[in-house]
Ligand binder design. Sequence first.
Ligand code: SAJ
Length: 428
Amino acid sequence: MTKKRKISILGLGYVGLPLACAAANNPRYEVVGYDPDPAKIENIQNKICPIEDRRCASDLLKSSPEVSRDSDIIAGSDIYIICVPTPITTDYIPDLNPLKSACSTVAKYLKKGNSIVIESTINPGVSDEIVIPLIEEKTGMTVGRDFHVAHCPERINPGDKYWNVYNIPRNTGADTPEACRDIADFYRQVLDAEINEMPDLKTCEATKIIENTFRDINIAYVNELAKSFDVLGIDLSVVIRGASNKPFAFMPHFPGCGVGGHCIPVDPYYMIERARKSGFSHSFLKKAREINNSMPEYTVDLLMRGLNEIERSMKGTAVALLGLSYKPDVADLRESPSLKILELLKKYKAEIYTYDPFFPDMSRENSLEETLEKCDALVLAANHSAYTSRLTPELLKKYDVKVVIDGKNVLDKDGIKQAGIFYKGIGR
Ligand code: SAJ
């Protein structure tokens, strides 16, 4: 019986935990997980899945990896897989501290012949310019000779009912082709998806970054169209639906009250900043970020317009902010446009009634109805399925809601207008 390879996964969130559970189900590997968050560790040890991932939750019941908040658990591993956040600061500057900290932790245990895999989204150059020098400096070892570094960017789509860690195709890159093959073979053993080997680390890093910057610029495109079509009196959502029946060369994106999450509004800044250091200015990426960052304010401006229609000022008006998450049916506030809308409503001294069933502690009332009962106006900022379909013209009329700003373009525009309620969507 060949000795099991020991796999350590650092960071047990929506990326690391599903991978840890998938690998733990494979008899070839001894899998351990490290995370400094005591609540997360306790939940996992009790087989309670701390993330919204049905497949992971069921895996956890079958064979959960040994986990600890003590990093000694990763000692003696063959492969160290880092799945930690790569956020930005409030000034939109990339924050690689969580990644550097995880690399420093690994460096304490790294032995000759080991490999390190970064799953976190990073810009081209981070592995070669930051990760490898840090590990070499802390261990005195040399990459390629003594240890290897690979990148296999995560592509998890939180809340997705179909795509999961097992079936999402992956790309890998490493310091040498042999190391890339070894890591790709690990993922092929553990997952069902196609695992592609790329020529080197920075090509692989660049692949993930353009996936998400592609999404950000396309969302910015329709957000700018929304502002234009608003003044032209054209319903952009109908136009996008029409363009979408073209069977090729068109990919629909949708305007909204802003772009949130851990990826799309973050990754472009990693690309922008690294290119800047090499003397190139990503004017297009920066403009797209500017447009998307303007949408929360644009949404509040629409609310102002609605209140003016009914001769009310923002100050003192009861406004419901429905949905705090950055996207529907997930409990995640990272870069959420709702938080920016909330700041603006506070600045204009509205009487704010936040409501999000995923965040009861941040909800002023306990139900949608209790919230609507208290409010003259509402902003729909996250279209959670728990309440969106209930926001009918009849219900809004029943609670005498006078202004509706549909930040996700999901409500019955015509029905609401026919009920004599002011309605504005984003570009409709
Ligand atoms: N959004 C729009 N208009 C759109 C699409 C999204 O305004 O047409 C907004 C959403 O409301 C949200 C933000 O953009 O606030 C991000 O939305 P998202 O659907 O991209 O959600 P994320 O951040 O969970 O994106 C993840 C990403 N996965 C990884 O980076 C690994 C992204 O690459 C995927 O494209 C995305 O899932 C997905 O839905 O496929």
